[in-house]
Design a protein around this ligand. Structure first.
Ligand code: CUA
Length: 314
């Protein structure tokens, strides 16, 4: 069908049909109620109009069962929509395990994608079909919103935070990508494409567009460039805690509390080092906000996640 003749965009993800079904049912049910109410008003206007012999309305007493029925019936109908909506919502927001992670950074006015293998893209994302894709969104400046109508997904990219959205494409093709949050003068130009490919084509595309080392390797280069290891390195005077094996571990803090070192903790420790001081260390580290942009932060965190404790020299 021609794009201009479509009421709804193409359905190209596993969730798309369920979203549309729910939406269609809601519209249909709302239409039925609207027609019924408007029809009843018109009917009653004619039937119970004031006449010469009936200047005051009759007092009508409905039977109790009727009162109860027309309260309970709509309640059941509308609560079933709530149940249906909640089910779709939870499935649409719960990332399945084993999803392929791709980092996306919004910036005035472009979308920058980073594949784990180091492949980079701007305003054009390539993904395989038949596999859950987990997009981790960040923003370098203002709020943007990653919107692919054909997949029925939309999620804000918020400065200072990471958000996530997932989908599974069902058929190969190229679909429109939009920014759905007004983000400045060229917001309307912040568009692009998502190309869904078969698994084989995607592998081929990945190997054909490899022009950079993997994300952890790029992260390692940044870590040595900005000098993290002068305090966190093996031969340091231990001004800062070691980086190996930190990710996923439980860290004891100076305040006596403990935290699990997840991705949010690593990001915070780079951008706001004073927020959580590890037990046994002083608050010496300056903030790296502004020195490490969102794209570099993704690489540094990927590098830190790749550092296992076993690799540490005794
Ligand atoms: Cu980015 Cu609108």
């Amino acid at each position: 069908m021609q794009d201009s003749a479509r009421v709804l965009p193409e359905q190209a993800s596993t969730i798309a049909e369920r979203v549309d079904t729910l939406y269609g049912l809601l519209v249909a049910m709302t239409a039925v109620v609207a027609v019924a109410v408007a029809g009843a008003i018109l009917l009653f206007v004619v039937r119970y109009r004031r006449t010469r012999d009936r200047r005051v309305g009759d007092v009508i007493r409905e039977p109790l069962w009727l009162e109860i029925t027309w309260m309970i019936a709509p309640l059941v109908v509308w609560l079933s929509f709530f149940a249906g909506g909640a089910t779709v919502f939870f499935d649409a927001t719960t990332v399945p395990p084993g999803a392929l992670r791709i980092d996306v950074v919004g910036k005035q006015w472009m979308w920058k994608m980073q594949h784990a293998g180091g492949q980079r893209e701007i305003n054009h994302l390539h993904i395989p079909i038949g596999r859950p894709i987990r997009l981790v969104l960040a923003s370098e400046d203002v709020i943007h919103s990653f919107y692919v109508p054909a997949f029925r997904i939309k999620r804000d990219a918020v400065p200072g935070a990471q958000t996530e959205v997932w989908f599974e494409a069902t058929k190969p093709g190229t679909y429109r990508l939009f920014c759905a949050e007004y983000c400045g003068t060229q917001h309307s130009g912040m568009t692009g494409f998502v190309t869904a490919m078969t698994a084989g084509d995607f592998e081929q595309w990945l190997s054909g567009s490899l022009d950079a080392p993997s994300l952890p390797e790029q992260g390692r280069a940044i870590v040595s460039r900005i000098g993290c290891l002068s305090c966190h390195g093996e031969r340091s005077t231990a001004r800062g805690p070691a980086l190996e094996g930190v990710f996923g571990s439980t860290v004891r803090l100076k305040s006596g509390e403990t935290v699990v070192a997840d991705e949010a903790y690593l990001r915070e420790s780079i951008l706001v080092p004073g927020a959580k001081i590890v037990a046994g260390y002083e608050n010496l580290m300056p903030t790296y906000r502004g020195l490490v942009g969102e794209e570099d932060l993704i690489k540094v965190v990927a590098y830190l996640k790749s550092l296992k404790r076993e690799e540490r020299r005794p």
